[in-house]
Design a protein around this ligand. Structure first.
Ligand code: AMP
Length: 187
């Protein structure tokens, strides 16, 4: 099974992705984590993306798409993909479709975790203290939320026509969200 967790920063995608990894023996494909790893390693990619990441801007598609392509064509990950933070733009969504088709895979379920700006600000301020992410200050959070709203809205329109697209109230407690997701899994 391949799934997409979709929603603004702080919606709880990462938390639910980790749950789904255990439940489905899946692989979490978090572009945010992959990009943070590149920065930690101080790789060539890391050097290119550090400023955009810290400013809450999108990293360019070429870099992100390549990371995703590697994951999709990795045989050990086939039909175990749990996307968290990708796709974030219409061009990424189309690229994902293309790569999945080319590797004889499809998306089985798409969950949109819907949360308002106020809840997100509260959550990210908490996360900042726990995870010490450099892109979690208030100004950057607001920028990331606005960037999300602008560029991911067309992705929402793209997916919302599909019968496997489900909106979940992301302001619920973690366990309640998990239960809602579970109800669509049939496993
Ligand atoms: P996240 O951990 O998903 O909140 O992502 C943290 C940051 O990584 C974002 O603010 C972007 O700078 C970058 N990023 C993560 N995923 C993507 C993506 N699909 N496209 C472009 N930039 C991304």
């Amino acid at each position: 099974m391949n799934l997409i967790l979709f929603g603004p920063p702080g919606a709880g995608k990462g938390t639910q992705a980790k749950y789904l990894v255990k439940k489905l023996n899946g692989i979490q494909i978090s572009t945010g984590d992959m990009l943070r790893d590149e920065i930690k390693k101080d790789s060539d990619i890391g050097k290119k993306i550090i400023n955009d990441m810290n400013d809450g801007k999108f990293v360019n598609d070429e870099i992100v798409n390549k990371l995703i392509e590697n994951a999709i064509f990795d045989k050990t990950k086939k039909n175990r993909l749990i996307f968290d933070g990708y796709p974030r733009s219409l061009s990424q969504a189309k690229n994902l479709d293309f790569l999945l088709n080319s590797s004889n895979q499809k998306i089985d379920l798409i969950f949109f975790l819907n949360v308002n700006k106020k809840t997100i600000i509260k959550r990210i301020e908490k996360r900042k203290i726990i995870e010490k992410r450099t892109d979690d200050d208030l100004e950057t959070i607001l920028k990331r939320y606005d960037t999300y709203m602008e560029t991911t809205k067309p992705v929402l329109d793209f997916y919302s026509k599909n019968s496997n697209f489900h909106v979940i109230d992301g302001s619920l407690e973690i366990k309640e969200i998990t239960m809602k997701i579970d109800s669509f899994l049939n496993v």
